[in-house]
Design a protein around this ligand. Structure first.
Ligand SMILES: Nc1ncnc2c1ncn2[C@@H]1O[C@H](COP(=O)(O)OP(=O)(O)O)[C@@H](O)[C@H]1O
Ligand SMILES: CC(=O)OP(=O)(O)O
Ligand SMILES: [Mg+2]
Length: 420
């Protein structure tokens, strides 16, 4: 049970980052938690890792941590920093929410016990950049915060509404059912947060909303929301499918990998940061040696954007990404029968790249979307709140929105409002 002032820690192990927020439960209808501090470790896979620690009412700290290469040691560094920098007793943290990317058929958050831990571990090979990292953080948490309840929140849960003709692949259905081979979809905590935020912003109940949401970060995906529910999304059985990302190829012709290397089917000895992982060379290459890293040699999309006029490799990456994004916007527009309330940009790239937003907005104009307001698009920033409209004021057609997504807040809210 939550009492006023209960402390809730939210931990988001992304593919290239660990984002952490500490909240206090408060007795308010609209927002049941209040932020105390945020911390993040980014560039985990492109060292040196960058650490930040910000108390809402107090000092902040930024440093490079060349010796941190994985999520578990990043979490330990955060706990040390919490002890040193904040006037908070870690024993008072009652609940820790963990973002777990692949939950398989788990549709609700679960308290971590032996059974849930084993379930998440079994799915690790289907989310090679994520589940193992989350489990490593969960393990550290169980030993370092023994009084807290650890709860797993799944990215996949939001997509349980995807109908069978969209979630199934055209393969032998007996094998598919037996092995759980279907589209699960990811970034669900982010989509859930964005849906709720847009509902508030447009003052329209979520069950009347049709949205095309782009979560463009180190991992990138698109989601088609019909009447407030996920109808389709670009990631699939694993977070590899769909849009390319920092180190991921995104969708390719499945045969390509067997022509790329004749060792595709062999087990990979290189497992990155993950624990207990069994992936093939094919999966290793397509998850960790592809995407922006392979095309340009950097995973920083801001640098790629800046270099694209003089560097052909950067230009190729930028235009290739925009092309793949447009594939999804076009097909989701059709799936929604042309009745779209808004196209929403989010994730590190969606929230920060005015260039990519302008490029996409220009192309979707032919579908009747509001034209982008160049001034608004260039200056949109965090001070404006969670959602901002970057379309021309008063223009007809679906709105162009930017949403600062917050998976940590989504988990803390669900934790306080839920029954765990
Ligand atoms: N100004 C910017 N312009 C374009 N891309 C940016 C900018 N700032 C950050 N990014 C991109 O955002 C990515 C991180 O996105 P984020 O959603 O925070 O990552 P994660 O998937 O690890 O949660 C970085 O890899 C970087 O490429
Ligand atoms: C699912 C996924 O790719 O997540 P992230 O973008 O946080 O790596
Ligand atoms: Mg992320």
């Amino acid at each position: 049970m939550f009492t006023q002032n209960s402390l809730v820690l939210s931990v988001n192990a992304g593919s290239s980052s660990l984002k952490i927020s500490l909240f206090r439960a408060v007795d308010k209808d609209l927002e049941p938690v209040e932020l105390i501090l945020t911390s993040s470790l980014s560039n985990i896979t492109a060292p040196p890792a960058k650490f930040s620690f910000k108390l809402i009412q107090g000092p902040s700290k930024n440093e490079e941590l060349p010796s941190v290469h994985d999520h578990a040691s990043a979490f330990t560094h955060f706990l040390d920093c919490l002890d040193r920098e904040a006037d908070i007793d870690r024993a008072e943290i009652g609940h820790v929410c963990h973002r777990v990317v692949h939950g398989g058929d788990y549709t609700d958050p679960v308290l971590i016990n032996d059974e849930a831990y084993t379930h998440i571990e079994r799915l690790s090979d289907l989310a090679p950049l994520h589940n193992g990292a989350s489990l490593a953080v969960i393990k550290t948490c169980l030993s370092q915060l023994p009084n807290a309840k650890s709860i797993a929140f799944f990215d996949t849960a939001f997509h349980r509404s995807i109908p069978p003709h969209i979630s199934n692949y055209a393969i032998d259905q007996k094998i598919a059912k037996k092995r759980g081979l279907k589209k699960y979809g990811f970034h669900g905590l982010s989509y859930s947060f964005i849906l709720r935020s847009v509902e508030r912003f447009l003052q329209q109940p979520s069950n009347t909303l049709n949205l095309i949401i782009l979560h463009l970060g180190s991992g990138a995906s698109a989601c088609c929301i019909a009447h407030g529910q996920s109808l389709d999304t670009s990631m699939g059985l694993t977070p590899l499918n769909g849009l390319p990302g920092a180190t991921r190829s995104g969708a390719i012709d499945p045969s390509l990998i067997f022509h790329y290397t004749n060792r595709a089917g062999r087990m990979s000895h290189d497992k990155g940061n993950a624990v207990n992982l069994h992936v093939t060379q094919a999966e290793y290459i397509l998850n960790t040696q592809a995407g922006w890293k392979a095309l340009v040699g950097t995973t920083d999309f801001g640098a790629i954007t800046a270099r694209r006029t003089e560097d052909p490799a950067a230009r190729l990456a930028f235009e290739l990404f925009a092309d793949r994004v447009l594939n999804y916007v076009g097909s989701y527009h059709l799936k929604l029968g042309g009745k779209v309330d808004a196209l929403v940009f989010s994730g590190g790239i969606g929230e920060h790249s005015k260039e990519l937003r302008a490029f996409i907005a220009d192309r979707v104009g032919c579908l009747g979307y509001a034209p982008i307001d160049a001034g608004r698009n260039d200056t949109v920033n965090a001070a404006e709140g969670v959602v901002a409209d970057v379309g021309e004021p008063g223009a007809a057609g679906p709105r162009l929105l930017v949403c600062r997504t917050n998976e940590e807040l989504e988990m803390a809210r669900q934790c306080v409002l839920g029954s765990l």
